[in-house]
Design a protein around this ligand. Structure first.
Ligand SMILES: NC(=O)c1ccc[n+]([C@@H]2O[C@H](COP(=O)([O-])OP(=O)(O)OC[C@H]3O[C@@H](n4cnc5c(N)ncnc54)[C@H](OP(=O)(O)O)[C@@H]3O)[C@@H](O)[C@H]2O)c1
Length: 342
């Protein structure tokens, strides 16, 4: 990890190989943007997903429940979460301790975009160690350099001494194509050997293609779009054990408000994001089940963030992700958080 690499800058939004021209605009173009604000009742700021311990609940029912959050009011969720036979008082007390992000090892999957830089900066400023993963070594080096330049040797601006101590922000870079299963397994081995188990994963691999109504939803575009889900599947499986074993494991993905209001011209994109949310919620159920089976308090959380466009929300995302360590896992596991409203 070089100490001083000249910054190539991250002000511009990153581009992804093979991305369509619409890609330079927000993932959900204004013309196709769902009228989210006109249907606030469909998407509360924080939606609690259906009870993770009831996998027998039919899919249709769950979907209906998701779109009518009024059926699952906060008080009901609290009662459900504190079912005495499931969670003894002592365990609840332990669960309520809010963990600290300082010293945690967090992997950013697809770290070289503006949102990756913002997240890495927020995490290292809070004292976390970051492993930034991307496909391009030069872009990763530029990210590391930008972090060092922004935070200075001590992490609080040039010359400062932040939580990282005098060594500066702790960021390592890893080149890996996250859509390659074997490459992700090798990445996990390297990370474990060099740094140990991870406490957090922020999945940022994305990209937009679409337009042209339903007829325009080509296979080629779908293959492009599904890479984000493929990468998530690989990364979450490779580090699932780490996250469940951590005293505060956190995994998050960035989905889209298009899931709540899919449009014909973005059908492929919305479908992939919906699948991404389903996968992330399945991870959440795995966390809850593992804790329950072990008779231990829930310490890991898997969370979906939703945005319409990330442009201008990179810092908010970074803060929201870092802030997951300031909340008990049981409060945030299996939640959908709409960042456009918070
Ligand atoms: N941008 C928006 O307006 C918007 C809207 C809604 C949701 N989202 C979601 O928010 C997340 C972050 O968005 P973003 O625009 O910051 O992401 P992005 O630029 O699409 O992707 C983030 C990074 O992932 C890396 N990447 C792509 N494919 C990879 C692979 N196979 N293996 C490893 N790294 C890979 C790219 O870096 P390299 O090319 O250097 O590898 C890229 O810089 C995404 O999941 C996106 O779908 C974004």
């Amino acid at each position: 990890m070089p100490d001083d690499v000249s910054s190539r800058g991250f002000a511009a939004r990153s581009t992804t190989e093979g991305r369509s021209p619409v890609d330079s605009t927000p993932e959900t173009p204004a013309v196709e943007r769902a009228p989210v604000d006109s249907t606030p009742e469909e998407t509360p700021v924080v939606e609690r997903a259906p009870v993770d311990s009831t996998p027998e609940t039919p899919v249709v029912e769950r979907a209906q429940r998701d779109e009518t959050p009024g059926e699952t009011p906060v008080v009901e969720r609290a009662q459900r979460d504190e079912t005495p036979e499931e969670t003894p008082v002592v365990e609840r007390a332990q669960r309520d301790e809010t963990p600290d992000v300082s010293g945690r090892l967090v992997l950013i999957a697809g770290a070289t975009s503006a949102s990756g830089l913002a997240a890495a900066r927020a995490l290292t400023s809070a004292g976390a160690r970051v492993i930034a993963v991307g496909r391009d070594a030069e872009r990763l080096e530029a990210l590391a350099a930008a972090l060092r330049q922004a935070q200075g040797p001590g992490g609080q601006g040039p010359g400062g001494h932040g939580p990282q101590g005098p060594g500066g922000p702790e960021v390592s870079t890893e080149v890996c194509d996250l859509t390659d299963e074997a490459a992700v397994s090798a990445l996990a081995e390297r990370v474990h050997a060099e740094h140990g188990p991870v406490d957090g994963v922020l999945h940022l691999v994305g990209g937009w293609r679409g337009g042209g109504g339903l007829a325009g939803q080509s296979d080629a575009d779908f293959r492009f779009l599904e890479r984000t889900l493929t990468a998530l599947r690989h990364v979450s499986r490779a580090f699932d054990e780490d996250l469940r074993a951590s005293t505060a494991g956190r995994l998050a993905v960035v989905s889209s408000t298009a899931v709540a209001r899919p449009l014909a011209g973005g059908a492929g994109y919305a479908a992939v994001k919906a699948a991404t949310e389903a996968w992330t919620r399945a991870v959440a159920q795995g966390f809850a089940k593992a804790a329950r089976d072990a008779g231990e308090p829930l310490r890991a959380a898997s969370v979906v963030f939703r945005v319409t466009s990330l442009a201008g929300l990179e810092e908010r995302l970074a803060e929201a992700f870092t802030g997951l360590w300031g909340q008990p896992a049981a409060d945030v596991n299996d939640t959908v958080i709409d960042l456009t409203r918070s």
